[in-house]
Design a protein around this ligand. Structure first.
Ligand SMILES: Nc1ncnc2c1ncn2[C@@H]1O[C@H](COP(=O)(O)OP(=O)(O)OP(=O)(O)O)[C@@H](O)[C@H]1O
Length: 330
């Protein structure tokens, strides 16, 4: 069996947060009697990632994705469990460990705000003690791949979000890490920048064999990149598998949209199908081809309304994810 480059076993992490109280009187009281609540961000997270994989780490807001990334990058110490990445325990041997990983937090910058990008890169070279030759080579390749030539002399605060993200990604790779953690790398980017970032991630994975763990809410990122999905909800891992498996699981689901001449009667019930939308001119139903035959759905509709147009769609990945969240009640 292939040995995992990343192995997490039973990782748990709780945060103690101060209870917020409403009203001035309550707030004043809270100064003396502090009430706390424990948030279990991660309950019992175990998974293995093999070298060269691109793993999409998904889950709704507050599920525990960033907390996991922080544990794996050595920023946070978990309360329990073990984490071995390339043989290191991230929070114990941080100085040596960070030479092997790159981290990008889409919402935060690792670059110095007021200085030109190239100055930040040079600081990182010194911090990571990147050998000159490696630095020069990586800088040249990354500048070409991410089209940075015109950006290197510009202070970070003057860059657009998409330009900054390209620089952030370059910064995380200057020291040739084997593993890249990307926490929402495409957040807020326009379609062109998203495509550029995605194709770059693919390229460094294929050409340099970099293992990538990526969190995102953008399912088209997952579709374009991830060989495998790990889904987390309320601190627990709920799904580990490929997109194909997910597709075959929900592959028999269909949505039918019917447009008809104005109809003011009662909404039409179709046994076995769920009515998602109903108006005097349009209805949308979802059904499963394993239990309901499409021709029957159409026949039942056309028995009640005068159909003008019909379209049938398979579930897209966003819908599959919503259904998975619903199944797990998260
Ligand atoms: N430093 C902290 N102090 C207190 N609570 C925290 C802290 N960091 C995270 N949490 C809590 O832990 C839970 C998991 O947060 P986390 O940021 O890992 O979620 P996420 O899956 O990355 O969410 P999102 O998709 O919204 O970014 C949340 O309930 C959050 O409020």
């Amino acid at each position: 069996m292939e040995k995992g480059i990343i192995q997490l076993t039973g990782i748990g992490k709780s945060f103690k947060v101060a209870e917020r109280t409403a009203g001035l009187r309550q707030a004043a009281k809270a100064l003396f009697v502090r009430k706390h609540r424990i948030v279990e961000a991660l309950k019992d997270i175990s998974f293995t990632v093999n070298e060269g994989e691109i793993v999409g780490y998904i889950g709704p807001n507050g599920a525990g994705k960033s907390t996991t990334i922080k544990v794996m990058s050595g920023i946070l110490v978990p309360d329990g469990g073990t984490c071995s990445i390339m043989g290191y325990t991230p929070w114990k041997e941080r100085t040596d460990y960070v030479r092997h990983i790159g981290v990008v937090f889409g919402q935060r910058s690792q670059l110095w705000w007021d200085v030109p990008v190239i100055d930040s890169f040079e600081l990182l070279r010194d911090i990571y003690r990147i050998p000159d030759e490696m630095y020069r080579e990586n800088l040249a390749v990354l500048t070409e791949m991410l089209a940075l030539a015109d950006l290197l002399g510009v202070p970070v605060r003057q860059l657009s979000l998409g330009q900054r993200m390209r620089c952030e990604i370059a910064a995380s790779l200057l020291h040739s890490p084997k593993i890249l953690f990307l926490d929402e790398p495409t957040i807020g980017l326009d379609a062109v920048s998203k495509l550029a970032v995605r194709s770059f991630i693919r390229r460094i994975n294929q050409e340099r064999g970099v293992t990538v763990i990526l969190t995102t809410h953008d399912m088209s990122d997952i579709e374009a990149l991830a060989d495998r999905i790990l889904m987390i909800g309320k601190g627990t891992l709920l799904y580990d598998g490929s997109l194909e498996e997910l597709r075959s699981r929900f592959g028999t689901g269909r949505t039918i949209t019917a447009d008809y001449r104005e109809y003011v009667g009662e909404p039409v019930d179709i046994p076995g199908a769920t009515r998602l939308q109903w108006s005097t001119e349009r209805a949308v139903y979802s059904f499963d081809t394993e239990s309901v035959v499409l021709a029957d759905v159409i026949a039942q509709l056309s028995g009640s309304v005068e159909l003008l147009d019909i379209s049938v769609d398979s579930k897209d990945i966003d819908e599959m994810i919503v259904q998975l969240y619903e199944e797990h009640q998260i």
